[in-house]
Design a binder for this molecule. Structure first.
Ligand SMILES: C[S@@+](CC[C@H](N)C(=O)[O-])C[C@H]1O[C@@H](n2cnc3c(N)ncnc32)[C@H](O)[C@@H]1O
Length: 263
């Protein structure tokens, strides 16, 4: 499967995804993953940034609100159209375009930083996407990106619950069994059942790299790996959003920050 075929899946997901995410049902993104990402992000005010795989633009808008000059791209035209409509209604100076992480339509060294929120695990060749991100960054610039945690988002995964129904462990398996684009179906389970029933489940092709393959691809692209983080909900976050409890058992997300060396 190539990146354009993956984009067709995402384009079909886009209308329901946009509606449900904008209704607040992407609770892991809104209340755990994104806050942790921005808490870790170096200052970006005044910098030229690229958001790779922007979707309907939720995180892109947060970047622009930090006074970064943001360009954003996504492979799915329906997502870019939704993002552009919001930009037209509430301008933040964001430039959106359709394009692929695998062939970024920008000159070398065009950006001070790049972000990618939950996109790079969805591209068939993430090593190529990392090389592209490296190419468009100026020396000294950084890429910070989030992905589903590769150690716990495996071909076999089952949440285990105690007698009271509380999640206490996750059974994982098939970690080394690479899937080249086998579609997985899922939904925002925080949405009420009647809302979920109005839409087809999302279908997302899976390309599961191991942890060591991710680090090897980052290093091979030329980056220096600055750090990793694994968002974990605080007690306060779990009280406010009990849905997040499962992400306290094992990490759901993994964040990388990589730097393009000065020389
Ligand atoms: C899980 S969504 C995340 C969207 C957004 N970043 C957010 O955090 O809400 C993954 C996004 O990656 C996009 N995508 C997948 N493959 C891509 C590629 N090769 N190039 C650019 N975007 C891609 C999809 O269209 C989708 O919008």
């Amino acid at each position: 499967m190539n990146d354009q075929e993956v984009g067709e899946y995402w384009n079909r997901n886009a209308p329901a995804w946009t509606t449900l995410a904008r209704a607040g049902y992407d609770v892991y993104r809104n209340h755990l993953n994104t806050p942790a990402f921005f808490a870790w992000l170096p200052p970006v005010a005044g910098l030229a940034g690229l958001d790779i795989g922007c979707g309907e633009g939720y995180n892109t808008r947060l970047l622009a609100q930090q006074r970064a000059h943001v360009t954003a791209l996504d492979i799915a035209p329906a997502f870019v159209e939704a993002a552009q409509q919001t930009e037209a209604a509430e301008p933040l100076g964001i430039r959106y375009l359709v394009g692929s992480a695998a062939a970024l339509p920008f000159a070398a060294e065009a950006f001070d930083f790049a972000t990618s929120f939950m996109c790079l695990m969805d591209v068939p060749d993430p090593a190529l996407a990392l090389r592209e991100a490296f190419r468009v960054l100026r020396p000294g610039g950084f890429l910070q990106f989030s992905i589903s945690h590769p150690c716990f988002t495996t071909p076999h995964r089952q949440n285990l619950r105690d007698a009271q129904g509380r999640p206490y462990a996750v059974e994982v398996g098939g970690y080394f069994d690479y899937q080249h684009g086998q579609p997985e179906e899922w939904m925002f389970h925080a949405a009420p059942a009647q809302e979920q029933a109005r839409y087809e489940p999302f279908r997302v092709p899976v390309f599961n790299l191991t942890m060591s393959q991710w680090v090897a691809a980052i290093v091979a692209a030329g980056f220096v790996l600055e750090g990793l983080q694994e968002p974990c909900p605080t007690d306060e976050q779990m009280v406010a959003h009990p849905f997040l409890r499962k992400a306290r058992v094992v990490p759901y997300f993994l964040h990388f920050r990589c730097r393009k060396p000065l020389t």
